[in-house]
Design a protein. Sequence first.
Length: 158
Amino acid sequence: MLKFTVDELKKKIHQDPTLQDTVDISDFVPEGEDILSVSCADVKGEIDIENDEYYHFDLTIKATLTVACARTLKPVELDLDFTVVETFSHDEKDEYRQIEGITIDLLPVIWSNIYLEKPMRVIHPDHVDDERFPSSEEWDKKKKRTRPELKELEKYKS
């Protein structure tokens, strides 16, 4: 588990400031989303404490999301591998994440970062070049065509 008390972190920073764990975050996937499933996330990182006030986590997160294709609803696997730095603080006026009580739980933070890495729309590789959907250039050309019944109005453009 990646849940620590502030005192545990203060001890850990002097012994071994690294993290490495595989966590199940499937409970965080909301119902009704285009996310079909998520693999266990591999999390590696380092901890740093600044002035006993700021707790920095430099994390590398690897996970696989299975999402629905925006066109066909077929499952598409997305391999995510990214780095993020998260900072926690007790001070409510800070722009950082707040420490709730005396514990820092990284699971919601890991999930929120995975969710932010997910593309807005995913197209299955089989349907990337599907002819039913015009490319952006073709779409622009279609938009520029004038309908014959409106052709006469073009001369009144200013």
